[in-house]
Design a protein around this ligand. Structure first.
Ligand SMILES: [Zn+2]
Length: 230
């Protein structure tokens, strides 16, 4: 009772605000207000997950089966705002929340039971230490909750890649080769896996990790990201 009062008091002094429009949130809202939530720039990738613009981009690099992004990325757009909070404003809960939202959408579209587990692209340990968490793993945890899937935190980054920003498509692809490996005692053989990351640009990073999983014996690897551009 006392805590409830204290929380109400805190909410009065420091109201929780919407991560997009900054309006004060109602008690029943979480991180994003209702009006902003219904306007999220969702893609329809999951409706044609084997044949969409994103899938075409990655399928030349890896034999993944389905590829989908929750949100359409646009510079200075809503998705960039959310990703910025997730990555640079110490808000791991944003990753879980977006994962949960997308997971619920996937369940509504018949995806429950599609995968055996979900894996996240790992950050380099030094980078993860600086940030305090791996934003992609947070997204994986949200998906895991909504889809009822275990998270397999077993991919590791073996090499620190230099920034991808100023590289050409082929330079980026070469830059991430042999970057990932699996924790040795873990078995992905004959498993259907959902591999996730925060954003997809060329798809080179996700393809490199997917190739490790497929080479180890996974029967199917599908990809999901929080946001991707055209
Ligand atoms: Zn809002």
């Amino acid at each position: 009772m006392r805590f409830t009062f204290f929380n109400d008091f805190l909410a009065l002094v420091f109201p929780q605000t919407c991560a997009i429009c900054r309006c004060s949130l109602f008690d029943f809202e979480e991180l994003i207000c209702r009006p902003c939530l219904v306007q999220l720039p969702m893609t329809s990738h999951h409706k044609r997950a084997e044949d969409n613009d994103l899938a075409k981009k990655v399928m030349g690099l890896s034999q993944v089966t389905r590829v989908m992004a929750f949100l359409r990325f646009a510079k200075k757009g809503v998705s960039q705002k959310l990703l910025h909070q997730l990555k640079y404003r110490n808000r791991p809960e944003m990753g879980r929340f977006l994962g949960k939202l997308y997971g619920q959408e996937l369940v509504r579209n018949g995806y429950k039971g599609t995968w055996d587990s979900v894996l996240a692209i790992p950050l380099h340990p030094a980078k993860e230490k600086r940030r305090g968490y791996n934003q992609s793993l947070m997204f994986a945890e949200g998906l895991s909750d909504a889809l009822g899937l275990p998270v397999q935190d077993q991919l590791v980054r073996t090499k620190f890649t230099t920034t991808q920003t100023n590289k050409s498509r082929w330079e980026r692809i070469a830059n991430v080769e042999n970057v990932f490996s699996l924790v040795s005692d873990v078995d992905v053989r004959n498993k259907k896996l959902l591999l996730v990351d925060d954003v997809m640009t060329t798809g080179a990073t996700l393809a490199a990790a997917a190739n490790v999983l497929l080479a180890t014996g996974a029967t199917q690897v599908d990809l999901a990201v929080i946001a991707a551009g055209k």
